[in-house]
Design a protein around this ligand. Structure first.
Ligand SMILES: *Cc1c(COP(=O)(O)O)cnc(C)c1O
Length: 444
């Protein structure tokens, strides 16, 4: 079925290339006019179907247009429910807060207050670091290598990626970057270094207000911190009265198997940021969770016009009720995680000359090609030709990133993985051909 929005014979993307800024990103990897999305399928303007292994960079954990959220949203619009609400009290927001307390906070014994920030993840991070600085009256923040926390200046200072950092045009300050778990190889516990810095008054490290981290780094290359490392970091920060901000914008909302990525380590951060899949249907929404003692904000001190996206509240509440009332969904994620991890390990085993490694937790996995860092982009291209949308990540795009919707069917998961396998086979075959050609060329 052709799209009603595409004028006849124009299902191309020329107008984007002509009028949209060079800042365009994802459209370059997927030069397709997307039109509809149903579950884990996206459909282009010509009616061609693609399997989606990208899930809006983690904003679509429940798939596209999940019927469990569509109905309440349509009803809400139909009855003229408030759509834009600043931070006014609305019945939709009240119902979301009630559901968040009932299904998320209470069962986990978590005692947090909720701060609704502007709708982007980076805005939640800005709020979190501002709050940590106010509450401790210190300015320095410790962030970790390969971290991604967003691209507004305050959050960007804690982000590692050079491409984003260099765009800001001035020096980013008040953040100290320390090695994340595994940065110095498997035999070094990088927290030995952090602990020494904290213990030594002459180390040169200004005592931080907070550490900010992802429990599984997303954009930086799907790097899970070990549970032991997370526990030791929590212990260390507690002893030194340094706050822990856990940025769960990508790894949260079920992505690593539990609602929060830190649950597996049984730690409780002081501040948590949520966004991406929190609103469930892909509408923007962000939330900061903070320990009540830290709530030193004065009224309106961190503001924003779009803190009350009521369509997001309606869908977010429906998602909590549909998926988080019991542990069935978590069991599902665990089962599919097993399938994904096993198949990726099997692919790595079957292509020993590429030297893939596999990293991840839950339904957040990476197939890492350390040696041939152009491979993931080639595999991505082959996969797209075969009808699979999949993204790459890491500082050199050395990681093929598996971010399937948590609601994906087992059949679709296996189908997508077999497309990946085929695509790797095609890339391998062309590598073999070009090395054979260069060999015969040197012989002559
Ligand atoms: C995506 C992301 C952000 C930034 O969110 P935006 O909505 O893009 O501003 C921050 N932290 C993490 C861990 C993310 O994955």
């Amino acid at each position: 079925m052709k799209s009603q929005f595409a004028p006849t014979n124009d299902t191309g993307i020329a107008i984007f290339e002509r009028l949209e800024s060079e800042v365009r990103g994802y459209i370059r990897s997927f030069p397709i006019l997307f039109d509809r999305g149903i579950g884990t399928t996206v459909i282009d303007a010509d009616g061609r179907e693609y399997l989606d292994f990208f899930a809006g960079a983690g904003a679509l954990n429940y798939g596209h247009n999940n019927p469990a959220f569509k109905k309440p949203l349509l009803d809400y619009i139909q009855r003229d429910g408030i759509i834009h609400g600043l931070d006014l009290a609305t019945s939709a927001k009240k119902a979301f807060i009630g559901a968040f307390e009932k299904y998320i906070l209470k069962p986990r014994g978590l005692n947090y207050k909720l701060q609704f920030t502007g709708p982007t993840g980076t805005n939640a991070v800005e709020a979190a670091v501002k709050l940590a600085r106010q509450a401790t009256k210190r300015s320095n923040i410790v962030a970790f290598t390969n971290a991604f926390h967003g691209v507004s200046a305050g959050a960007l200072a804690a982000t590692g990626n050079k491409k984003y950092r260099s765009a800001v045009g001035y020096g980013l300050a008040h953040v100290t970057t320390l090695p994340y778990d595994g940065y110095l190889g498997p035999s070094v516990d990088t927290l030995d270094y952090f602990e020494e810095l904290l213990n030594d008054p002459s180390s040169g490290l200004d005592k931080p207000a907070a550490v900010i981290l992802e429990a599984v780094q997303g954009e930086g290359g799907i790097r899970p911190a070990s549970l032991r490392w997370l526990q030791r970091l929590r212990d260390l920060t507690e002893r030194h009265e340094v706050l822990m901000i856990l940025d769960d914008i990508q790894a949260g909302v079920g992505r690593t198997g539990k609602f929060f990525s830190f649950e597996a380590a049984q730690i409780v951060p002081d501040i948590v940021t949520l966004s991406k899949s929190l609103s469930a249907i892909g509408t923007p929404m962000s939330l900061v969770l903070l320990r009540p003692e830290l709530d030193v904000w004065s009224p309106g001190a961190h503001s924003g016009t779009f803190r009350g996206n009521n369509l997001a509240f309606v869908a977010a509440r429906a998602a909590l009720e549909t998926y988080w009332a019991d542990s069935k969904f978590e069991d599902e994620i665990a089962r599919k995680s097993g399938i994904l991890a096993d198949e990726l390990k099997s692919i790595a085993y079957d292509y020993p000359n590429i030297g893939f490694s596999v990293r991840g937790r839950g339904l957040m996995y990476g197939l890492v090609s350390q040696e041939y860092d152009s491979l993931p982009i080639q595999i991505q291209g082959e996969a797209l030709r075969r009808g699979l949308v999949i993204e790459t990540c890491g500082g050199r795009n050395e990681v093929l990133k598996f971010l399937v919707a948590l609601t994906i069917t087992e059949a679709d998961l296996r189908r997508g993985l077999s497309i990946v396998r085929e695509s790797i086979g095609a890339v391998q075959a062309s590598m073999d051909r070009s090395s054979a050609e260069s060999k015969s060329a040197t012989k002559v």
